[in-house]
Design a protein around this ligand. Structure first.
Ligand code: PAF
Length: 281
């Protein structure tokens, strides 16, 4: 496995791979890898010749009061895990090279970026879209892999790829969960034991929603009310949002009649956690 930190070295290697006719699978990450990331790598290995993973804690997708500084980082551990899973190349650029002085161009996926997580994380999706566009331009992947856990992110990236005519297939891989149901996230490391237990309410509230829909409930208002009351039983958990939206445009749906995304974000102490499911009727 190669570890590359310079953009021009990465671009040269990509040129060589393309010349050899190799297809490139790309897994963008911010590191502190877990099974969720590994499931993206495993999917990439099945479909493409070379798997490139980026590890870059992207400063421009964090708000001023967010956890950029304390975001967990452990490149040695990441390297070992990536090698074990079959990553061929890790690309870990520096922030200075990605955003040199004079950098002024940003990608904004309008509409999709300002709802759900975007309503409280102002500028977050512009930071994500910008870094992903840059990484796509450097790595020139045939296929890029994203996790369903970040549903809004992958919907915004798909829109960007379509709007900007990027010739890249975006694949969404199902959320990987701990055995008790908590969605895997690098931020789970922040949780104390009692917080970790209360965080299970994210998945429990989604399960409650599935049961309600299975029992014939179609009113989003009623489902959201039930989910919120379940969550509010946990004193350490504060709700950011619980929403039922269209899976393509993220607009609120009041009566469920087709496919919907049920998504939520909560704070467990200071840690912001998200989860979602897609429900079809
Ligand atoms: O999902 C993530 O880890 C990040 O948002 C991404 C896609 C690597 C962009 O920084």
């Amino acid at each position: 496995m190669k570890l590359i930190d310079g953009i021009s070295r990465m671009a040269t290697l990509v040129k060589m791979l393309k010349k050899e006719g190799k297809s490139i699978g790309f897994v963008p990450t911010m590191g502190y890898l877990h099974e969720g990331h590994m499931s993206l790598v495993k999917a990439a290995k099945k479909h493409t010749d070379v798997v490139i993973m980026s590890i870059f804690v992207n400063p421009i997708q964090f708000g001023p009061k967010e956890d950029f500084k304390k975001y967990p980082r452990d490149i040695k551990r990441d390297e070992a895990l990536a090698a074990e899973t079959g990553v061929d190349i890790i690309f870990c650029p520096t922030a200075e090279e990605m955003y040199p002085e004079g950098f002024t161009t940003y990608v904004n996926v309008e509409g999709l970026s300002s709802v759900l997580c975007g309503a409280s994380r102002i500028g977050h999706f512009m930071g994500v879209a910008t870094v992903v566009a840059k990484l796509f331009n450097i790595i020139k992947p045939d296929v890029a892999y994203f996790g369903q856990k970040d549903a809004q992110q992958v919907i915004a990236i798909k829109q960007m790829v379509c709007d900007l005519n990027m010739d890249i297939e975006i694949k969404t891989i199902p959320t990987v969960r701990e055995s008790d149901g908590l969605a895997m996230s690098s931020r789970n490391i922040y949780l104390s034991e009692p917080q970790r237990r209360q965080a299970l309410v994210l998945k429990q509230s989604l399960d409650r929603a599935i049961n309600l829909v299975s029992a014939g409930e179609r009113s989003s208002e009623n489902i959201i009310k039930e989910m919120r009351s379940l969550i509010l039983r946990m004193p350490m958990v504060e709700i950011d949002y619980v929403s039922i939206v269209d899976t393509k445009n993220l607009k609120d749906i009041s009566d469920i009649s087709d496919e919907v995304l049920i998504a939520l974000a909560v704070f467990v102490g200071k840690t912001r956690l998200i989860d979602n499911i897609i429900v079809k009727v």
